[in-house]
Structure formats: C-alpha cells, structure tokens
Design a protein around this ligand. Structure first.
Ligand code: IFM
Length: 412
C-alpha cells in the first residue's frame, strides 16, 4: 500500500506561521490586545529572536518549505517609506538560514495585521490602503527577488474582513457591517491584482508564483428538514466563499494569480442558526452527543477536503498549495489520525489529476491564536509558555509528520 502513496518527488512538505502569532515585539493593532485567556502577543514564541533555533527545528522535522509572514509594520513606518534596512536584514538572514537548510520559503504579505498608520487611516475600508500595500509589495519583492519566488499576498481575506466587521472578533471588533465586509474584500482583491503586477516587474532568479490563501469552510444544515438552516448555509457560502473567490479570481482578476492557496480546516453545520463548532462555544460534550467530530476549533471533514480540491481544479485549473491545514487539540492521537485522514484525501486528489504542489502544516509552533490566546495547541513543536525561556519540544504529531516528510509517503 505504501508504494501507492508516493507523493510527487518535488512536492513541498512544509509548515507555516504568521508574524503576530509567533514573532513577538510587533507594533500593530494586536499589540495591546488581551485575548480571552488573558494572553497577548507581545512576546509570543519570540521567534523574532529565535528564528535560527526554529530553522534548526524545521531541519530536524525534515520539512523542505516554510510559509512565513513578513510583518509590514516592521518594514515601513509611513506610506511609501523606504524599507527599514535593519528589519529587512533580519528577514534576509532568516531566508538565508532557510536556504542553508534547503527549505523553500513562501512569503505572506498580509496575515491579519497592519501597520499602525494603516489602522489609523481606517484600515482596508480606506482606498488609500491599496497603493500603500502595492508599494510595499513592490519594494519587498525587489529586495527579495533572489531569495523568494513563492508570494502569498493575502492570507484568508474573508476571515480578516468578517472577524473585523461582521463578527467582532478582531480589531476594531465591529459587528454586522455588511457593506464594510464587502468593501474590504473588494479592496483586497484589487490590491492583490495590483501587487501581483508589481511583483512581476522584477527580474526573479526563478519565475515568481503568486496567489492568495483562501480558507474554505463548507456550510450546511445539521438537520435535513431545517429549511431555515439550509438558507443560512447558502447565504454564508455565498458571502464567505463564492463572493470572495469571484472577487479574487473572477474575470480579468484571474490573471493575477498563478496558484490558489487553500487553508482547509473543516465545515460548519448549522442548527437553528447556530454553527455547531467549538469556536462558537458549543461544548465538546454536546458535539460528541450529536456525533460531530471536531478539534478544539472546527468540525473535521476530511472527505470534504478531497471533494474541494477536485472542485477547485475543475473550476480554476490553477496549481494548488495547501497553505494551511492542522488541528488544535491536546489529544495527539486525534491530531495524528486527523492529519493522516487529510493526507489520504490529498493523495487521492493528486492521483485523480489535481495539481497540488505542496502542503504546509499549521503550525510549526504552538502560538498566539488571536482572540483565543494560547489555549489552542496547533504546534508540531509544543511551546511551554509558562517558562520564560519558551522551550520548544517535538510533539508526537511532529514525529509523525517528520516520518512523512522524510519518506514522502503517508501512513493510512
Ligand atoms: O491561526 C490561524 C491562522 O492565523 C489563519 N488560519 C487559521 C489558523 C487556525 O485558526
């Protein structure tokens, strides 16, 4: 069986993080935020100072790719400002450490955080964010063109726009501002297209690949007869999936992307307008009673993963990177089973002809999970946040993933 489970030889087996969640010492809209567990991101995993050690861990894991963010607020102190050379040099050194370890970087330009001057000017509601972002993309890509060919402009634009303006989870914590949600998506889609053109202006060592990371949740009704839940599921699907993909990949916008990044965690089924997921405060016992398999965040649905990949392949014909997948749980056996089930779906999709080029496990480290703080354990490496030295430790999931990265196979 293992012989049938080979992945393509040049497949990227990676892991992922984002600056606000791991670096610490960021100055953005999250700096003063205190999460539900009392945690904040001011030190996080101190990856800012410990990136060399973290690259050593990646080498030990055997990954050959790393999806990392570059924190915009560190690099530009004002719109159109020159890049901060000290901060740039630190990122360049990180990229050089990755190269020395044979790890291919994918750089994310926007992962849920903005420079304070963008926030002060109204964030992504203000069209002035567009040229500022494009300028950043142009300058950064010019500076890194020898070192980076995989560019991910926006991470999960709809998570960002909905948690900021619909659901009150991210700063500025506003609710039910549908027009704001729509405007942010439209602005980001346009910024993606313009940034893509700016990135391509450079003479790269290797042709650039450019895309967004779309997180995909499928929505459905938990009870077949509940027409109202079907209706809400359809509206949610339209707002969070279809509308967003049409904006980023529809019509002329399609030219802006050479790949589609997919962040896949599972599905949300609705029961009398309530999403049956732990992030909606539905207790684990209740979910169990209802037969819903979930980690500490989302309902798991591995078969939906395979179906989604085939659908994307058919609809867009773009190469795909799984820019995030992972599970948050202190039950490591559960996480291993979950990873295995998703990799089997991935493998089957590739065999079916879907052009998937890489998989990035979320996340390298236990980290600051935004409004939930440090309670969600996603790491291949655990981090002991109660110890000031923030020691990292290989988890059993990390060992399991290491086996896959080394053998290029997945265990059933
Ligand atoms: O931690 C987040 C990440 O920032 C974006 N994708 C989903 C992850 C888990 O919730």
């Amino acid at each position: 069986m293992a012989g049938d489970l080979k992945f393509p030889a040049n497949f990227l087996w990676g892991t992922a993080t984002s600056p606000t969640q791991v670096e610490g010492h960021v100055v953005n809209e999250w700096t003063d935020y205190v999460a539900a567990d009392g945690g904040h991101c001011r030190v996080a995993c101190d990856h800012y100072h410990r990136y060399q050690e973290d690259v050593d861990w990646m080498a030990l894991l055997g990954v050959n790719a790393y999806r990392m963010g570059i924190e915009w607020s560190r690099l530009q102190s004002a719109p159109f400002a020159p890049l901060n050379q000290t901060e740039l040099a630190r990122y360049v050194h990180l990229l050089d450490c990755l190269k020395a370890a044979n790890i291919t970087p994918m750089v994310v330009l926007h992962h849920f955080s903005n420079p304070p001057w963008i926030t002060a000017a109204g964030g992504w509601l203000n069209p002035a964010a567009l040229p500022a972002f494009v300028d950043y993309a142009a300058k950064l890509s010019a500076a890194l063109k020898e070192r980076v060919y995989l560019w991910n402009t926006f991470n999960e634009p709809n998570t960002y726009a909905s948690l900021t303006y619909l659901l009150g989870g991210f700063p500025p914590f506003l609710k039910w501002r549908f027009l704001s949600y729509r405007k942010v998506i439209k602005h980001m889609a346009e910024a993606h297209a313009q940034a893509s053109r700016a990135i391509r202006q450079n003479k790269f060592a290797r042709a650039p690949e450019i895309g967004i990371a779309k997180n995909w949740t499928s929505f459905g009704a938990f009870q077949a007869f509940a027409l109202w839940d079907h209706l809400l599921a359809e509206i949610s699907h339209h707002a969070f999936n279809r509308f967003v993909l049409d904006e980023f990949l529809g019509g002329a916008q399609r030219e802006a992307s050479t790949f589609l990044g997919v962040n896949y965690y599972g599905r949300a089924r609705l029961n009398h307008f309530q999403a049956l997921v732990p992030t909606n405060n539905v207790p684990a016992e209740r979910l169990k009673e209802l037969g819903i398999v979930s980690d500490d965040m989302f309902e798991r649905h591995p078969t939906g993963f395979g179906k989604l990949l085939k659908k994307f392949h058919q609809r867009y014909g773009l190469p795909i990177y799984i820019t995030e997948h992972g599970a948050a749980s202190s039950d490591e056996d559960f996480r291993i089973r979950d990873l295995s089930a998703h990799l089997l779906e991935l493998h089957a999709a590739i065999n079916h002809g879907v052009d998937v080029r890489g998989f990035f496990y979320w996340s390298l480290l236990d980290n600051f999970e935004w409004q939930f703080g440090y309670t969600k354990k996603f790491g291949l490496l655990s981090v002991d946040f109660s110890d000031q030295k923030l020691p990292r430790k290989m988890t059993r999931v990390g060992e399991f993933y290491r086996g896959i990265c080394q053998s290029r196979e997945t265990a059933a």
